[in-house]
Design a protein around this ligand. Structure first.
Ligand code: 5GP
Length: 193
């Protein structure tokens, strides 16, 4: 999606440790008009799927997921992050290792909001090593729901997440795929799609 690539080139900051900062339009301040364009694009890319729920993970996926959900006219469920979980049988849980914070945490979704009747589109802001998406896929699997696809705003194509998800035969669409980025020059290149 050219609009997103241009915005990343203009406002994205490349940090040490393969981190791309996009706080001015996506991760802190949010450009809702841009999100709306992204929502329309996901709607077009997943038009052949019957989707009745969007699933994301707190916190940074929630804003995008809400706008995407509007274009599909379906509800959003976000997986909550927890330090420790009281396993009372009311939730589905999985573990995720944070790429940016380098620690493992539990994620959970109430059984009330995810079940066998659901056809789910996962939405997240970034795809790096794939831990967040794989954790969400675990929850969908445990719930007996169906994954219809994964929609990502920015995939870092030089990390393994995209490959791991595509290898599973899951329909993955990333609106911008960063092929390389250089913290010393700030240069960012994108994969042609
Ligand atoms: P993964 O689980 O695929 O390794 O990482 C995905 C999660 O880590 C995303 O939900 C996102 O919040 C965060 N993340 C990974 N890489 C980056 C990055 O380069 N920049 C920012 N802002 N967040 C990232």
């Amino acid at each position: 999606m050219k609009l997103l690539e241009e915005r990343i080139r203009k406002d994205g900051l490349v940090k040490e440790g393969n981190v791309l900062k996009v706080d001015s339009f996506l991760n802190h301040q949010m450009d809702v008009a841009l999100f709306s364009e992204m929502g329309q694009e996901f709607k077009r890319l997943f038009k052949d799927h019957k989707i009745n729920k969007i699933l994301t993970i707190e916190a940074s996926g929630i804003g995008i997921a809400c706008v995407v959900a509007q274009s599909f006219n379906v509800p959003v469920v976000f997986a909550k992050k927890a330090q420790s979980i009281n396993l009372d049988g009311e939730v589905y849980t999985s573990k995720v290792e944070s790429f940016t914070k380098k620690r493992v945490y539990d994620i959970l979704v109430s059984k009330k909001y995810l079940g066998p009747e659901d056809h789910v589109l996962i939405i997240d802001d970034f795809l790096a090593n794939g831990c967040a998406v794989l954790g969400l896929l675990d929850l969908i699997n445990d719930a007996g729901a169906t994954v219809e696809g994964v929609g990502i705003a920015i995939e870092k194509g030089f990390q393994q997440g995209g490959r791991l998800i595509r290898e599973r035969g899951i329909h993955l669409e990333s609106l911008a795929i960063v092929e390389s980025m250089d913290a010393s020059t700030g240069e960012i290149t994108f994969r042609e799609q």
